[in-house]
Design a protein. Structure first.
Length: 121
């Protein structure tokens, strides 16, 4: 495995989903069976934030990230896309939606930023 935590997590997921040596439960999951866990983890993140519990927030963010990695892995297995494309896509979207930070646009006022964001959606 690798030293970068995200690469290690991706390798863990690949091992869990491996057709011959992976975990039977993890291998038989699909988007529909995993989706409720994804929603549950998002609520647990919100709950940790509401409680101001930094330790729980760290743990729940990890659980939510695991869900993203799970879905990306299943998509990769189908030849759709992988985690790298998900990460690259959201980075590009945020750059595009923040021209006041990453571009030449002078949309520094919050109202102008909101209009630019909505226009790009």
């Amino acid at each position: 495995m690798t030293d970068r935590p995200i690469d290690r997590l991706l390798a863990v997921m690949a091992a869990l989903r491996h057709p011959e040596t992976g975990c039977p439960w993890d291998r038989e999951q699909d988007f529909a069976t995993i989706a409720p866990y994804t929603v549950e983890e998002a609520y647990e993140v919100a709950d940790a934030i509401g409680k101001g519990d930094a330790d729980a927030l760290r743990d729940e963010l990890g659980d939510l990230l695991f869900q993203v990695v799970y879905h990306a892995r299943m998509a990769e297995e189908r030849g759709w896309f992988g985690f790298e494309e998900v990460a690259a896509g959201i980075a590009e979207k945020m750059i595009r939606r923040h021209p006041h930070v990453f571009g030449e646009a002078a949309a520094r006022a919050q109202a102008a930023q909101t209009r630019a964001w909505e226009a790009d959606k």
